[in-house]
Write a protein that binds this ligand. Structure first.
Ligand code: CA
Length: 230
C-alpha cells in the first residue's frame, strides 16, 4: 500500500467522491477541497504529493490555483493533474504552460485516470532528470545519443537537423509528458536557435518522415501539442 497523499480540488460532489473513493482504494491518503481557496490552503498546510485540480471552480478557478501553486517556491514542486471538460483545449494549453503535469478530460475512464496518477507520482519521484547529456536514450529500435547529437533507428544512423534533433531529444527525455508547441519553442530558443510555434509542426513532419517506423514514438496530442509515447 502506498502512503502518498493526494489532494482533490473539485466542487462537484459526485466527481469528488468518485475520485476520492477510488484513490483511497488504491492506498493513497486522500483529502478533498470544494473550492480554489480551500484547495490552496490545504496545499500550503499539507504539502500533498499530488493535486488533482478541477479547472471549473467557483471563485478562484483551477488555472489560478495552478498559477499560484507554481509561482510559490514552497509548492511549485507539487505535481498537478488537471480535470477539464472536453473541448477546453485552450485551458489545457495554459495549464500545461503554467506547469501542470498532465490532464484528464471529463468524463474520464477510471483506469486511464489511475494510470495517469501513478505515472505522475512515479515521475515526480524520479526527478530531477538533471543534465544527463551523455546518457543514451534507448527505446527498442530507437537510440538517441544526446551528447553526440546522433540518432539510430534499427542501428542505422538518421540524419536530423539541429532543431529536429533537439525536439526529439526534448520529448524523449520525458516520455509520457505532454508538451505544448510554445513549451517546445521556448526550449529551443533557450538553446540558441530560433523558431515559431507553427514551425514546430513542420519540424515534427520532417522528423517523423526521417524516423520512418520509429515515428510512432511521437504522438500528436490534438489541440495541445506533442508527447513521446514509449
Ligand atoms: Ca467543477
Amino acid at each position: 500500500m502506498s502512503e502518498e497523499s493526494i489532494l482533490i480540488v473539485e466542487d462537484e460532489k459526485d466527481i469528488q467522491e468518485l475520485v476520492r473513493y477510488n484513490l483511497s482504494k488504491e492506498g493513497y491518503r486522500v483529502t478533498c477541497a470544494d473550492s480554489g481557496e480551500a484547495g490552496l490552503k490545504s496545499v500550503q498546510s499539507q504539502h500533498p504529493d499530488l493535486v488533482i485540480l478541477d479547472l471549473m471552480l467557483p471563485g478562484v478557478d483551477g488555472l489560478e490555483v495552478c498559477r499560484r501553486m507554481k509561482t510559490d517556491l514552497a509548492t511549485a514542486h507539487i505535481p498537478i493533474i488537471m480535470l477539464t471538460a472536453k473541448g477546453d483545449e485552450s485551458d489545457i494549453v495554459v495549464g500545461l504552460e503554467m506547469g501542470a503535469d498532465d490532464y484528464v478530460t471529463k468524463p474520464f475512464s477510471l483506469k486511464v485516470f489511475l494510470t495517469r496518477v501513478r505515472a505522475v507520482l512515479r515521475r515526480s519521484k524520479s526527478e530531477p532528470p538533471g543534465e544527463s547529456e551523455e546518457e543514451i536514450l534507448r527505446f527498442s529500435e530507437l537510440v538517441i545519443h544526446p551528447g553526440r547529437h546522433e540518432v539510430f533507428v534499427d542501428e542505422k544512423p538518421v540524419a536530423l537537423t539541429f532543431t529536429e534533433f533537439f525536439i526529439l531529444k526534448y520529448l524523449a527525455t520525458r516520455p509520457g509528458w505532454v508538451f505544448t508547441r510554445l513549451q517546445i519553442v521556448q526550449a529551443i530558443r533557450g538553446d540558441g536557435y530560433s523558431t515559431s510555434e507553427r514551425s514546430v509542426d513542420f519540424q515534427i513532419v520532417g522528423l517523423r518522415k526521417k524516423l520512418e517506423g520509429a515515428a510512432r514514438y511521437i504522438e500528436t496530442v490534438r489541440g495541445v501539442g506533442y508527447r513521446f509515447k514509449e
